[in-house]
Each structure stands twice: as structure tokens, then as C-alpha cells.
Design a protein around this ligand. Sequence first.
Ligand SMILES: [Zn+2]
Length: 108
Amino acid sequence: MSTPRDLERARAGLVHRHAELRADLGGLLLEMARRDTFNLALLETKARAAVAVETEIAALDATLAAPAASVPAAVAMPSAPASCGRCHGEVPANANFCPFCGAPRGNA
Ligand SMILES: [Zn+2]
């Protein structure tokens, strides 16, 4: 899974790409005006690429703004054997009483 840092890096790349595409668009249009020949299909292709980058940036922003995926609570973690508080014997994880002295696990 991507970390927020990866996403920020990807976003920075997209913003850079978008700036390049905008500069290309302006340069192309200017060059076409100089030649008095307008290739609208080429402009459209460049403009659509820039819009696609905007869409990707928006999707990244939505991901970055979303709350972090909830981490499952540690309920499934089997508890380790405990040491009895009275006799210091080892109380198994699933035992309610110390097998050596009978002390309740709460006191173990
Ligand atoms: Zn005990």
C-alpha cells in the first residue's frame, strides 16, 4: 500500500506534468498562430491529457484527505502467559486461575 509520502511524491510529479502540458499547449498555440495553421486535434489531445492529469490529482487529494484505514484493535492477539502475582508460577493465557496456587488470574 502507498504511504502518504508516496502519494505526496506522486502528486508533485503530476503537478509538474500538468505545468509541462499547459506550457506545451501555450507554445503550440503560439507556434500555430505564427504559421497561421491551427491543428486543433493536436491541441485537443494535449488539453485532454492535462485534464486527465487534473483528474488524477483530484483522486490523489481525495485519498490523502480520507481518514487513515482503521487499524484492527488487538483483540485477536492471544495473550501471553502471565506470571502469578502470588506464587509467581506461570499462568497459561487461557486460564482464569493460577494452576499452582489457585489465585484468580486478575490477581495473577
Ligand atoms: Zn499462583
